[in-house]
Design a binder for this molecule. Structure first.
Ligand code: G6P
Length: 489
């Protein structure tokens, strides 16, 4: 990239996502403590040496006062983060409403809200208005910090309106947009009242990326069928302007997991866990407590397995880590009660005075504890009903070089396309099939496990998060920026 005098040597990358990779806790009128979360995107970008990344996003807290906002902005600047301040009402309508109650379930094939999830059409409209308003607020912050030569990478379904807002302000800005969820079949997308406006807006970007080829194909079909545009080998064409559309499957920083397993405290924890579950096979689920993860289906399949295989009843334990998420959305609250009820019933049915078959935890584990748990696991169970990629399956594989455990993986997770040959693929809706897969995994020979692990491990180690980010940004840099952006719809 061309460098201007006085500018940093590396190209600046403005990463815009709904959430900043920090959790901020207010300690006083003008003081904050920040905890950086090392999620997939963060480690991907930390590994990219070519660019100097800045993050723009919501800090996840309501800061109504100017003193608090100034102090938080200053604290975040040290972490290269720039906040977008959203008030409670916007968060309610944009984040809880349009993002999590409408787009999230729709993109995961769970359909649009029924009457109990959305009282009137008016509330859909006001949620969409808040969504556009919030996206414009993100755009205002990007515009304020943008310098010529920067690349702007927008993330996820929260910010589908952002590419249009940015390009209308500055048509020369390099803008990429990446979706971390599935993009559903155009027949699902077309039920969305704001279907065309959102598609047009995403098409304002120079490069549009998805985890799998199928999601990219669905997006192109939606543009051709709903908007009547032309699909080309490159992407989508609208009056001579082509928006490039492609698949960029994300990965993880597998080395970080492998290094963690060598730490003495992790090895001690591994020993403790082995002692704790001595004589029993360990099955593991790690999910956000979200309806797309298929947690009730997983637990019911485990119950069926115990029912059909009395031999295994006191020789296997299912550890389910269910991280609470979006707890203000009623659907998530209902799911929590439903899962608790099923777990209680099964533990009552198959538990003994000294042991229960399911250990269910409603909380997250820190990174090192999670690594130790992955390492002692015999069978990991990923039963997503739909999932953009599912990096838990990658993390499990990264921690299994010694044990060579088995991965049972939903065919509806993006990861099924990359880890399918090494995993046992299942339809999570078919509880009998999942129960049979559990039996197959627990009885699998060590030769077979080794062969399957080798396949998955080589994929996870070579398709890293860093490579994903580098490929996306370099392709974005290679796209031709249009001087003109047509305002659509
Ligand atoms: C999914 C989305 C992310 C989101 C994450 C956590 O992975 O693709 O964009 O950040 O869930 O959800 P939350 O609503 O807590 O940000």
């Amino acid at each position: 990239c061309e460098r201007l005098e006085g500018r940093p040597l590396r190209q600046r990358l403005l990463v815009v996502a709904n959430r900043l990779p920090v959790s901020a806790v207010r300690k006083g009128i003008d003081s904050w403590s920040l905890d950086i979360s090392a999620g997939g995107l963060v480690s991907a970008l930390l590994g990219v040496k070519e660019f100097e990344a800045r993050w723009i996003g919501w800090a996840g807290v309501n800061v109504p006062d100017e003193i608090g906002q100034k102090a938080l902005t200053k604290a975040l600047a040290e972490k290269r983060c720039i906040p977008v301040f959203l008030d409670e009402e916007i968060v309610h309508q944009y984040y809880n409403g349009y993002c999590n109650n409408i787009l999230w379930p729709l993109f995961h094939y769970l359909g649009l809200p029924q009457e109990d999830r959305l009282a009137t059409t008016r509330s859909f409209q006001s949620q969409f208005a808040a969504y556009k308003k919030a996206n414009q607020m993100f755009a205002d912050v990007v515009n304020k910090h943008y310098e010529e030569g920067d690349v702007v990478w927008c993330h996820d379904y929260h910010l589908m309106f952002l590419p249009k807002c940015l390009k209308e302000h500055n048509s020369k800005m390099k803008v990429g947009w990446f979706l971390h969820t599935p993009f559903p079949s155009s027949e699902i997308h077309r039920t969305l009242p704001s279907r065309s406006e959102l598609l047009h807006s995403v098409l304002a970007a120079d490069l549009v990326g998805f985890h799998t080829y199928d999601y990219a194909r669905h997006f192109v079909s939606a543009c051709t069928r709903i908007l009547g545009l032309e699909g080309t080998p490159e992407g989508v064409e609208d009056q001579g302007r082509v928006t490039r559309v492609a698949a960029f499957p994300i990965g993880i920083d597998s080395e970080r997991f492998i290094r963690a397993l060598e730490l003495p405290q992790v090895q001690d924890h591994v020993k403790e866990l082995k002692e704790r579950f001595k004589g029993r096979k360990v099955m593991l689920g790690v999910d956000r407590l979200d309806m797309i993860k298929g947690i009730p289906q997983k637990i019911l399949a485990f119950e069926k397995f115990l029912e059909e295989n009395p031999y295994w009843r006191d020789k296997v334990v299912l550890l389910q880590i269910a991280v609470p998420t979006r707890t203000d959305v009623p659907e998530y609250q209902k799911l929590t009660s439903q899962v608790h009820e099923i777990v209680g019933r099964i533990n009552g049915r198959f538990g003994t005075l000294t042991a229960v078959p399911i250990h269910h935890l409603d909380r997250s584990l820190d990174f090192l504890a999670l690594c130790a748990l992955y390492a002692v696991t015999d069978v990991a169970l990923v039963t997503s009903l739909r999932d953009g990629m599912n990096l838990v399956s990658y993390e499990f594989v990264a921690c299994q070089d010694q044990k060579k455990g088995v991965l049972i993986l939903s065919e509806f997770a993006g990861a099924a396309q990359s880890l399918g040959a090494g995993a046992i693929l299942v339809n999570p809706w078919n509880i009998t099939e999942v129960a049979a897969a559990i039996a197959q995994a627990l009885n699998m020979s060590s030769e077979e496990r080794e062969k399957r692990h080798k396949h998955n491990s080589s994929h996870v180690k070579t398709h890293t998060a860093q490579e994903w980010a580098e490929t996306f940004v370099s392709e974005l840099n290679d796209t031709v920026v249009e001087a003109q952006i047509r305002t659509r719809q």
